[in-house]
Write a protein that binds this ligand. Sequence first.
Ligand code: EPU
Length: 426
Amino acid sequence: MAQLAIEGGHPLRGEVAVAGSKNSALAILVAAGLAQEGVSVLDNVPRYTDIQDLCQILRELGAVVEWQHHSRLVVEAEHLDRWRAPYALARKLRGSTYLLGLLLARLGKAEVAFPGGCPIGSRPIDFHVRGFQDLGARVGLEHGSIFGEVSGRLKGRRLYVERASFGTTVNLMIAATLAEGTTVLENAAMEPEVVDLANFLNAMGARVRGAGTGLVRIEGVDRLHGAHHEIIPDRLEAGTYLMAGAITRGEVVVRQVIPEHLRTVLLKLEQAGATVVEDQDWVRLTMDRRPQAVDVQTLPYPGFPTDLQPQMVALLSLAEGVSVVQETVFENRFGYTHDLARLGAHIQIDRETAIVRGTDRLTGAPVEAGDIRGGAALVLAGLAAEGWTVVDRAEVIDRGYHALERKLNALGAVITRREEAAHALL
Ligand code: EPU
């Protein structure tokens, strides 16, 4: 158990660099397992627990996976020959679902635990399963694991991706690279992380076209080899620091980002009253007054990302006026608002809508992180609240942010981490 104790009221000022994208790295790490020959060198890989768990799973499947320095992973998958992913590890993270695509494509057989991940909705995997079945696999669930089998190779065909699901698009892309014939994904997710995966797959010898549009075409090939790739910057981490700058009415420069990936977010921050200046790989946000209310609707990319909705709500809880925030991607992503209310936020939830009545003052309180982004939102609110906020279960936040408090402290925040539950902090 870890705790973050935050003394609020310090405007953030300075520069911060973001790490590589978690959701891109999870997909690309699994895709590296497709290489029957050669070594993959992955740069800018963030060292989160989910990534470490996935590395361990790949090792247990027969791959050699090693960190070369802080953010470089080297993967050699020639001897990946086991199709049963270790249950206890695979059930912990959502990204383990991609092992189904990898193992079906590479070995024709797979057993992977029903995945875990943040508690933000029911998060079924029916779209993935239906996709594999359409590609010719037999797939079923027994005793908490998904079993899949295919005689010969998967067979490419035209598929429709329900709700432009990110994970389904990734999984079917991974599976289709080694299929017989061509697979066309209609209504594919258009996230930058999908494009990043496609670039890596193509560097491995795959033939993927159209990634980043709603129509992705994958021509199956017989073999893939290792490749060198640098993971794109994490737009969600970047967005979180920009919002931290905004909520504390400070000035923050976020470096090593692709501003284009944050277009909708920057627009909403400007509508809320921030001044945003950007160049090729940095964004500067300045906020010198109380934010204005804005309405936000989360949508698949290029819409406003669901993974920044909680942080945005934290900001809007201090706005002048009433904001209406609609969450259309996950059905249960307002859990953290219960804890924001402890700090004095006025938020009313009606199914997929949060009505946020801005207040001019939050006051610190003990709260608990339930999921990565909800936890980050509580940290942001704590930065702006009067007095001390203590966020329990901070290890949940660590799944998506590396040393969050170190980066925020470098910007002028006052946050201390305690590794054991302490009762006398306040
Ligand atoms: N869905 C189904 N069935 C499926 C798959 C998805 O009903 O088989 C539903 C989901 O329950 C959700 C919607 O479709 O309501 C969209 O889900 P999607 O598949 O796009 O999300 P995901 O692949 O499970 C990834 C990220 C999430 C991020 C979403 C949306 C990973 C490991 N996770 O999840 O990241 O919120 O895409 O962009 O890449 C996070 O980083 O904090 C996080 C939760």
